[in-house]
Design a protein around this ligand. Structure first.
Ligand SMILES: [Zn+2]
Ligand SMILES: [Zn+2]
Length: 599
């Protein structure tokens, strides 16, 4: 398959980014330009602008871009010396900084690290020249002016070089396609993604909130969100118990010595919070649960007869993320993993590994995530960020590949995607909008058992080292909930809906009956609310629909007379009057079967 970087679409997007920068500079001659790379599905360009952009600015810029494209300008490449480049970009402070980097080597014209020795080159179209290595279209006529669009909607910003101590720039996103139809399809998808955005639905559905006083990247789960999360935890916990996992619980901090031994510290200290002192000893927030679980294993002497041992914990871990990289529930600073560690003999490894894969597929299918692929991550042979010896790495990688083949998984092997202690198998889910999310991970590890001198007594009465499997199915509960919100657009299957049923009395005189029915439903384990607000019935139905509540039960005079409820689904379907007991049976069947449908 052709790499994106080599495709015509990439050249079209890159060239459209330059044309956008030209149009912006024409409108704001005093603007400073930073960088403007193509990205997945489009491009962006960062600017230092004299004022905030208005909708009129964006419209005018887009119009001007179409005009420039239609004029048929050539993209001309030129190689220059660093001094010549400085002269060309005099007054463009961001470009001057990039030129210094290019001259010293080690970074490219986007300020990204590179080990290639780069010549300094520029590309010019019409009146605009940019520091750039290309590639570009030969002529702007290769771009379809009807297939480009600025997609910048809300204020979008980014720190220069991703550093929050540097200037905040205005980032304008755009997209370009080969045909207007492709553009329209993409814009529709963006609009659908916006409607499903978990940050917005999370607020509207009362699932979670963030507060500046609490701190960035620290989600607060509200009651509806806590119910949803608890249901997900229970779903997994129940299956895990059936499959021989045992629960464990460990604290959120530990001595730094623990993480020095595991190798998490200092190698990964950039993604951890600063250590702190307690009674002269250094501690840190735990970035991972593994070393804690290892010490639970070590607290007893194990025989081969005890293995495999499977410890599971919903363990909260803390990782440092730059504030500019935080995003809703998908990038947070503290999150809970559905973590488990399996300690087994070499003979048990394959079955244990396959058992985890089976559990992952069971959970995915149960939650309606049926479109996924697998990726096997092995070491990057060039890198030194891994611990352990080659023989163990090779054994572990072979075990994973053999198990994946046996299971018939559709997988790809990728270098550089391993954990620091061992290779892994990741599951990547595609949601309804075909966006990919890396969710589950299974890792085979010979290295931490060696570092912590883990043992079991074998059949031969000798001491042997167990193998560890690290696994998380949901991965981070926070991120997983975000994926589910966006996958379902907030309309969860009934069993996962925080509120499953709302009773809507037609008039005040029907409230008493509504409350009686609610008590009946509640007694049968259904989660139910009564809408006693004074609004009109149409408004109450609208509110319940916005809250994505699966069932709305409207009750009026006739319902009271016949002991029924008038059932509406959140999709607008009207099921008519149903006797209360029949409705309860139907609803319970759907909830207890974890059905993805409402009828
Ligand atoms: Zn460029
Ligand atoms: Zn682990």
């Amino acid at each position: 398959m052709e790499r994106y970087e080599d495709s015509q679409l990439y050249r079209i997007r890159h060239s459209t980014a330059h044309i956008m920068a030209q149009a912006v500079l024409e409108r704001f001659p005093e603007a400073k330009i930073a960088i403007g790379p193509p990205i997945e599905d489009g491009f962006y360009y960062d600017f230092d602008l004299p004022r905030a952009l208005t909708d009129d600015d964006l419209k005018a810029i887009e119009k001007r871009m179409r005009k420039i494209i239609s004029q048929g300008h050539e993209f001309v490449r030129k190689e220059v010396s660093a001094d010549e480049a400085r002269e060309l970009f005099a007054g463009q402070s961001y470009k001057l900084e990039l030129i210094d980097g290019l001259e010293q080597g080690g970074v490219d014209e986007y300020g990204e690290k590179t080990d290639q020795a780069l010549v300094i080159s520029t590309y010019t179209q019409d009146s605009f020249e940019d520091l750039c290595r290309g590639p570009h279209v030969a002529n702007s006529r290769e771009i379809n002016p009807k297939a480009i669009s600025i997609t910048f909607k809300a204020p979008a910003g980014a720190y220069w070089r991703g550093d929050e101590n540097r200037e905040m720039l205005t980032r304008i996103y755009g997209t370009a396609w080969e045909t207007p139809e492709q553009l329209q399809e993409y814009l529709n998808l963006l609009e659908e993604a916006r409607k499903r955005d978990h940050r917005r639905l999370g607020q509207e559905l009362g699932l979670f909130t963030f507060n500046q006083e609490v701190g960035k990247g620290l989600p607060l789960w509200k009651p509806n969100g806590a119910i949803l999360r608890d249901l997900l935890e229970r779903f997994l916990r129940d299956v895990q118990i059936k499959r021989g996992y045992e629960p464990v619980i460990t604290p959120h901090i530990a001595r730094i010595a623990l993480f020095e031994r595991s190798g998490h510290y200092p190698y990964y200290k950039d993604s951890q919070y600063s250590p702190f002192e307690v009674e002269g000893d250094m501690f840190m927030l735990k970035p991972m649960n593994c070393p804690h679980h290892i010490h639970i294993y070590r607290s007893d002497l194990h025989s081969y007869r005890d293995l495999p041992i499977r410890y599971a914990e919903f363990g909260t871990v803390y990782r440092y993320e730059k504030s500019g990289e935080l995003h809703g529930l998908t990038r947070v600073r503290g999150f809970t993993q559905d973590d488990a560690h399996i300690f087994c003999t070499p003979e048990q490894l394959e079955d244990e590994f396959l058992g985890v894969v089976d559990l992952i597929e069971f959970i995915f299918n149960g939650l309606g995530l049926t479109d996924y692929r697998a990726r096997i991550g092995i070491r990057d042979p060039e890198s030194d960020k891994y611990v352990g010896d080659d023989a163990n790495w090779n054994k572990a990688a072979q075990a994973i590949i053999a198990a994946a083949d046996k299971r018939g998984l559709d997988y790809r092997v990728e270098e550089g995607e391993a954990a620091f202690y061992g290779p892994k198998l990741d599951f990547i889910v595609r949601d309804v909008l075909k966006r990919e999310w890396q969710i589950s991970t299974v890792q085979v590890d010979y290295n931490l058992p060696a570092r912590f001198e883990l043992e079991y007594v074998g059949e031969d009465n000798e001491r042997h080292q167990p193998i560890m499997i690290h696994r998380a199915l949901y991965g981070s509960l926070e991120r997983f909930v975000a994926v589910l919100i966006e996958h379902y657009g907030g309309a969860f299957p009934a069993w996962l809906s925080p509120v499953q049923i709302v009773l809507i009395p037609v008039a005040d005189r029907h409230i008493e009956y509504a409350e009686q029915v609610a008590a009946q439903l509640d007694a049968r384990g259904l989660r139910v609310n009564v809408d006693v607000s004074s609004g009109r019935i149409g408004a109450k139905i609208r509110t319940a629909t916005q809250q994505k509540i699966p069932w709305m039960l409207v009750v009026g005079d006739q319902d009271i007379e016949s002991g029924a409820v008038s059932v509406r689904l959140r999709g607008g379907e009207d099921l008519g009057a149903i006797p209360v007991e029949n409705f309860i049976e139907q609803a319970l069947a759907i909830v207890n079967n974890k059905s993805l449908e409402l009828q």
